[in-house]
Design a protein around this ligand. Structure first.
Ligand code: BT5
Length: 252
């Protein structure tokens, strides 16, 4: 690869690879540095939630990125990482994975991968981005409290080598990262993102700024935002917030 994973920091156990990556980034780690751990004791989800990261079973990794883009473009970087992980999972396992906008990866109606992006920025400039990716690979089962979770092993009925998925992802993301830095636009990824996105043409629940409503997911726009139509036929553009898709078990 040219940038992503040229430098890899591996740990047997850390609190969170995102926290470790942020420390390294503050100390000037090079663009594309990957932090990978076999186990996280305090894996983090979004909005202060926790992410179960037991040893030997999953991919818990964070990429440190220092692209020359505006803070408003960071969400595209996350979309692209999700897309490349979705493609890597499909290539290595043959399973029918798809993306729940913006960047959860779903198989059937269950979540196999989540992404947590954190950044340090000024108004017009990014200091660094940390894209943290968690994939349940060989997890045998989940607690009832996260019944919406699944693993590649549960879905494919066999074990997978974590390093093969990491390798596939890193190669893809390296190419995407170079392209994004050159074009500074999500446009080259839009069609393929839509092809891999299960959110489109479905009823969704939008939770944003304390507001919650049901809408219909119509399209993904050139900047990666989600266009929805409310029950009163009003169009809204969703840039951040939580989107649940109506699935087999209600909304996931
Ligand atoms: C996410 O949050 O989906 C982002 C997860 C990011 C994890 C990676 S691992 C490497 C890096 N280092 C970190 O510390 N984090 C990143 P969110 O959408 O908020 O989902 C969190 C929710 O998913 C929790 O509240 C649980 O209900 C559920 N959950 C927890 N562990 C899970 C798991 N292993 N698989 C699926 N769902 C899980």
């Amino acid at each position: 690869t040219k940038v992503i994973g040229k430098h890899i920091e591996y740990y047997d156990e850390v609190d969170s690879t995102n926290n470790e990556a942020k420390k390294l980034a503050r100390n000037g780690a090079e663009d594309g540095t990957l932090v990978i751990a076999n186990c996280q004791t305090k894996g983090k989800g979004r909005l202060g939630r926790s992410w179960l990261s037991p040893k030997d079973t999953g991919i818990w990794m964070s990429a440190i990125l220092t692209p020359n883009i505006m803070p408003s473009q960071v969400s595209c970087m996350t979309l692209i990482a999700g897309l490349d992980m979705c493609k890597a999972i499909k290539k290595i396992t043959g399973l029918n994975a798809s993306i729940k906008w913006p960047n959860d990866i779903i198989i059937g109606s269950k979540k196999v991968c989540g992404i947590l992006t954190e950044m340090s920025a000024e108004m017009q400039r990014i200091n660094y981005i940390v894209v943290g990716i968690g994939v349940n690979v060989n997890t045998a089962g989940f607690d009832k409290s996260i019944s919406h979770a699944t693993s590649l092993m549960i879905e494919g009925q066999k074990k997978y080598e974590r390093k093969m998925i990491i390798k596939e992802f890193v190669e893809k993301f390296d190419r995407s990262y170079t392209l994004y830095n050159k074009e500074c636009s999500f446009a080259p990824f839009l069609d393929i993102y839509k092809e891999n996105c299960m959110t489109l043409n479905k009823e969704v629940k939008i939770i944003t700024n304390g507001d919650e409503y049901i809408a219909y997911a119509k399209d993904i726009l050139a900047d990666g935002s989600l266009l929805v139509e409310t029950k009163t036929k009003e169009e809204k553009v969703i840039v951040a917030g939580e989107v649940s898709v109506r699935g087999i078990q209600g909304y996931i």
